[in-house]
Write a new protein. Structure first.
Length: 293
């Protein structure tokens, strides 16, 4: 049986990483690459080691598998443009990699006989070279046609991913959760850096303080759960400490005050489940974190 050929539309960090992993494991051969900017296709082909540059969707040859790894807002238009092409779509596997959208966006291609799915690796693709090394163990959520999921399950399992099926209706909330866990974690780190800048720390010194704390906290949640892993002044019911934090942030870095209060409320909800604090302390902290104050 010949190795399937894969075409890709939108070979950014995620797309090129997946193609490279699939080809490195000899699961597919690289086919045609199309991006709105040709230089992106060229760099992706160089990264993947093989492939054919196309300047339009119309130039793309037939393939067994098609990956659409464009920004979310472009997927529906790409699916329509592909479906308008006079190609043998019957039983061809077509999937997109959006965490937000379901395979319903690929309906025009399904109507032409293709099998469709969405597959979203829960991985931070900040650097494709690093992602190649760290992808092992990544969980990938999938939904779509059963036959498409079966094929994708094999591909992703072979590159070290575990697969979880997700209902199409749950994708938006799932994606919001991954954004909070990944992108907002980075933003939270930067906020901590900015507070330390007010004290006079350079970012390199701030990193030595903040990054190990974040890494240790994540490690602790992996060893137990968020409730048991939570430490600090909220768990101790240290009202004066929290009050001092709020006063100094309001004075020196007021743009971070709402974030501190919002996260304080979330942490307080965890602390309640430890059942160690008196109701009066919980109520006083809730008042401190109120956005109406």
């Amino acid at each position: 049986m010949s190795t399937p050929r894969i075409n890709i539309i939108g070979s950014g960090k995620l797309g090129r990483t997946l193609i490279r992993l699939f080809t490195d494991h000899h699961l597919v051969t690289s086919g045609d690459f199309y991006n709105r900017r040709a230089e992106h296709s060229i760099s992706a082909i160089e990264f993947c080691g093989d492939g054919r540059l196309c300047h339009s969707i119309q130039e793309m040859n037939d393939a067994d598998i098609w990956l659409i790894a464009t920004p979310d807002d472009a997927i529906a238009d790409i699916a329509t443009a592909l479906a308008d092409q006079n190609k043998p779509w019957s039983n061809k596997l077509i999937f997109h990699a959006s965490g937000l959208h379901s395979s319903e966006l690929l309906e025009p291609l399904k109507n032409r006989g293709a099998i469709v799915a969405s597959a979203h690796p829960a991985h931070s693709f900040a650097n494709p070279e690093h992602s190649i090394e760290s992808f092992q163990g990544t969980t990938c959520t999938m939904e779509g046609d059963e036959s498409a999921i079966k094929q994708l399950d094999v591909l992703f399992t072979q590159i070290g991913s575990s697969v979880i099926q997700i209902p199409a209706a749950g994708k938006a909330l799932y994606h919001a959760a991954t954004v909070m866990a990944s992108n907002y974690l980075v933003a939270l780190q930067q906020c901590a850096f900015e507070l330390l800048e007010q004290v006079g720390f350079e970012q390199a010194d701030a990193s030595q303080i903040i990054q190990p704390l974040m890494a240790q906290s994540l490690h602790n949640t992996a060893q137990s759960d968020p409730v048991d892993a939570l430490t600090g002044p909220i768990v101790r019911g240290d009202i004066q400490t929290l009050s001092t934090h709020l006063k100094v942030i309001a004075k020196l870095s007021p743009e971070h005050l709402v974030l501190y209060k919002t996260l304080g409320t979330a942490a307080l909800n965890l602390a309640k489940n430890q059942h160690k604090l008196e109701d009066a302390s919980l109520a006083e902290m809730a008042a401190l974190f109120s956005l109406n104050e």
